[in-house]
Each structure stands twice: as structure tokens, then as C-alpha cells.
Unconditional design. Structure first.
Ligand SMILES: O=C(O)c1ccccc1NCC(=O)[C@H](O)[C@H](O)COP(=O)(O)O
Length: 241
């Protein structure tokens, strides 16, 4: 059985590392300098960083220069998310040298463009399936965007390499991941799944790791690390086999 990958999260709003509750704009808790946070996860042994431009996701500006600086300073693999919706924003994201980008809104609103960039960039494109129940949400998780399983079937047929699955009701709440949702998505696709939202404890990570045989490849951890529920070293140890 292979090890669950861990992706500590650095979500950037107005130049600061923050965490939101349910992804809602205005619910920010600030955790200071994004580069310092990213370097801390890297020094603690992270192999991945999940880096989000929340302003770009919400349409309240962007942190493009800062995101490029953080990504450029990392020796680890970077997954870049937030507001990547067209050729310009995709080119800027890929030019940071990140390992892959995570498309959200575009997969709901611009399916033809997403199919094209999946064909062009393959494994460098992941799609974020951000849901309330089984309804997808786009535009910084503020607008409904269709049915999870219908969209998943379409993206599978277009060759999407991987999905980042977030239960918005859990995100930033420290209430534990939605294991049922993760199992449901894994049953519906043969592509790897990255779990996101709600991790609160090492037991949550062990529960997600138990889904690796079903197709879960990784877990994003945000609030729990900032709240010091456990250290990254403890998390890496908990999911290594
Ligand atoms: O990833 C996005 O594009 C995004 C857009 C709008 C709101 C939030 C967004 N991402 C949030 C995250 O990726 C979180 O960092 C992640 O789900 C961690 O959640 P948690 O462990 O519950 O803090």
C-alpha cells in the first residue's frame, strides 16, 4: 500500500497567509507571511505545497507576484489554485514552475477550454471539485455549478488526470473530512483523488490514508497545521507506511 501524500496549504489573501471558514470571504484568520509559512512546511519535510490565490478565486484582485515568488523559492512540488480560468492566468500559473495547477470555476463555466488545456498539459492540470452536498460551486465557491457526478464523468471522458475534492461544509472547520464523499468520488472515477477540507487530527489523516487503496492519493491540510493541532512531522509520520 502506498503512502498518502500530504499537501500543507498556504491560502493567500491580500498578501497574507489566511484560513477561511467554509471558504467564505470575510471569515479570514491571518497567519502572517505566506513565504515564511511555505518555507516552514518545506523545512519540516513536506514534499508538496498547496498554494492558493484567494483574491484571484474571489475576483478581488490577485497575489500573482507573491505567489510566483513563493512558488519560485520552493524546492518541493507546488499545486497552484485560485482564479486560473483562461490562457493568460494559466500561462502565468504554469510559468511559476509549479508542478500542477488546480482549475475550479473554469471546469464549470468553460468546459471546452478546460478540455483543450487537459489535452495540452495532461498531468499538469487537476480539477477541483468543490461541493456542497453533490452540487459543485465555482467563483470562489459562491455560485452553483452543476452536478458533481455528471461533471466528473465529462472530465473523465476528456482525460482529466486528477481531482481535488473539497466538501465546503467541512473546509476550515476542523470537523473532520467527508470520507463518504471521498469514497463516492473514488467509486465513480479511476483517477487519483486529493482530499481537501476539514482535517483536524492525526486520526483524520489515518482515516483518509485508509482510502488510498480506493484511489485517494493525497490530503491537503490547512487550519489544523496553523492551529497546531499536530506538527507536519507528526502528520508525515502518521501516514507513512
Ligand atoms: O482552492 C481554491 O481555489 C479555493 C477557492 C476559494 C476558497 C477556498 C479555496 N481553497 C481552500 C483550500 O484549498 C484549503 O486550503 C484547503 O481546503 C484546506 O482546508 P482545511 O484543512 O479545512 O483548512
Amino acid at each position: 500500500m502506498s503512502t498518502l501524500e500530504l499537501l500543507p496549504a498556504v491560502d493567500v489573501r491580500d498578501g497574507q497567509a489566511v484560513r477561511l471558514v467554509h471558504g467564505e470571504s470575510g471569515s479570514e484568520t491571518s497567519y502572517g507571511d505566506p513565504l515564511a509559512a511555505a518555507l516552514a512546511w518545506q523545512e519540516a519535510g513536506a514534499e508538496w505545497l498547496h498554494l492558493v490565490d484567494l483574491d484571484a478565486a474571489f475576483g478581488t484582485g490577485d497575489n500573482r507576484a507573491l505567489i510566483a515568488e513563493v512558488a519560485g523559492r520552493m524546492d518541493l512540488k507546488v499545486e497552484l489554485s485560485g482564479g486560473i480560468r483562461d490562457d493568460d492566468t494559466l500561462a502565468a500559473a504554469l510559468a511559476t514552475g509549479c508542478t500542477r495547477v488546480n482549475l475550479g470555476t473554469a471546469a464549470l463555466e468553460s468546459p471546452a477550454w478546460v478540455a483543450k488545456v487537459i489535452a495540452e498539459h495532461g498531468d499538469r492540470i487537476a480539477v477541483g471539485l468543490d461541493v456542497r452536498g453533490t452540487t459543485l460551486r465555482g467563483r470562489g465557491w459562491t455560485r452553483d455549478g452543476g452536478d458533481l457526478y455528471e461533471t466528473l464523468a465529462r472530465l473523465d471522458s476528456e482525460g482529466c488526470a486528477r481531482y481535488v475534492v473539497t466538501d465546503i461544509a467541512k473546509d476550515g472547520t476542523l470537523q473532520g473530512p467527508n470520507l463518504e464523499l471521498l469514497s463516492g468520488v473514488c467509486a465513480a472515477t479511476d483517477r487519483p483523488v486529493v482530499a481537501s477540507g476539514g482535517v483536524s487530527s492525526l486520526d483524520d489523516l489515518r482515516a483518509i490514508a485508509a482510502l488510498v487503496p480506493q484511489g485517494v492519493e493525497g490530503a491537503i491540510v490547512g487550519k489544523a497545521l496553523y492551529a497546531k493541532a499536530f506538527t507536519l512531522q507528526e502528520a508525515l509520520e502518521a501516514v507513512s507506511r
